[in-house]
Design a protein around this ligand. Structure first.
Ligand SMILES: [Zn+2]
Length: 251
C-alpha cells in the first residue's frame, strides 16, 4: 500500500460521511425505471417475471451490522427484495428473523478455511488440503447452527479474509457439488453465468469495480447483479478499530 491508499483507507474506514443518501438515490432511480429487485434464491429458482428487468441484490455483511440495518430500512421503503449474507461474527438473530418475516433472504457468508487455518496455525495451502475433511465438518456444524437459530439457509456466499490472501486459497474451495447437494444449498457465485451485468461496490474513492450502476440504466440491462458490502457505505469508528486490532493480533 502506498501512502495515498493508506490515507484513503483510513478516511473510508474511520471518517467518511455516510453515503447512504447516494445508495437511496441509486435504488430510487432503478425503481422509477421499472427495475425489479430479487434475491439470489429467487433468481436460481426462476421466481420472477421473465418480462421484467431484474436486479439481484446481494449484501455481504462483513462487519457493520448498524449500516446493514440502515441499508435495509432504505430498501424496505421501496419494497425491495434482496439477500443478506451473515458471517458467524455478524449474526444478529433478531435482525435475521425480521428480514425473514419481510420475505428477505438470509444466507450464510462462510469462511471455514480461513478460520480453521488461523485457529490451527496452518501456513500453507497444502496443510489446508490435508485438513479438508475436518474443515468440511466445521462447515456442516455452522450450517446447522443457523438451523438451530430458526434460520433456513438456502444460499451461501464465500468471505475473503486476510488469511485467505496469505495462504492464496479462497474459502470457496471448500464447497463442491456434493456438499451443496447434500445440504440443498446454492453457492452465490454459481448463479452469475448468464447475467448481462455484474458489479461490486468498493471502498472510497473507487466506489465500484466491474462497471458503474448507471450502465444498467443506460443499457437497460435485463439481468444484473449488484453486490454490496454495508461497510463501504459509511464509516464506523469502533467497528473498524476492533477489526484493525484483530488483524494486527492475527485473529
Ligand atoms: Zn465478506
Amino acid at each position: 500500500m502506498n501512502l495515498k491508499s493508506i490515507k484513503n483507507r483510513i478516511y473510508a474506514d474511520y471518517f467518511m460521511p455516510s453515503r447512504l443518501d447516494e445508495y437511496n438515490n441509486m435504488l430510487e432511480e432503478f425503481i422509477n425505471n421499472d427495475f425489479k429487485f430479487i434475491t439470489i434464491d429467487d433468481y436460481y429458482n426462476n421466481r420472477f417475471n421473465t418480462e421484467d428487468k431484474i436486479i439481484i441484490l446481494r449484501h455481504d455483511i462483513d462487519s457493520d451490522l448498524k449500516i446493514a440495518k440502515e441499508m435495509f430500512e432504505i430498501e424496505d421503503k421501496y419494497n425491495i427484495k434482496s439477500t443478506y449474507y451473515f458471517r458467524l461474527k455478524t449474526i444478529d438473530i433478531d435482525f435475521m428473523k425480521y428480514l425473514n418475516k419481510k420475505d428477505i433472504e438470509v444466507g450464510y457468508h462462510f469462511e471455514e478455511i480461513a478460520t480453521f487455518a488461523k485457529k490451527n496455525k496452518l501456513k500453507t495451502k497444502e496443510e489446508v488440503y490435508s485438513n479438508l475433511d475436518n474443515i468440511v465438518k466445521e462447515f456442516e456444524r455452522n450450517l446447522s447452527y443457523f438451523k438451530d437459530l430458526g434460520i433456513e439457509v438456502r444460499t451461501i456466499s464465500s468471505h475473503g479474509d486476510w488469511k485467505n490472501r496469505e495462504l492464496n486459497i479462497r474459502n470457496l474451495e471448500l464447497v463442491d457439488d456434493n456438499l451443496l447437494k447434500k445440504f440443498k444449498i446454492i453457492e452465490a457465485y454459481s448463479i452469475e453465468d448468464n447475467l448481462d451485468f455484474r458489479i461490486m461496490d468498493n471502498p472510497y474513492p473507487t466506489k465500484w469495480v466491474g462497471g458503474n450502476p448507471r450502465e444498467i440504466l443506460k443499457n437497460d440491462y435485463r439481468r444484473s447483479l449488484l453486490l454490496v458490502h454495508p461497510r463501504n457505505w459509511d464509516s464506523c469508528f469502533h467497528v473498524r478499530l476492533k477489526e484493525d486490532l484483530g488483524r494486527l493480533l492475527k485473529k
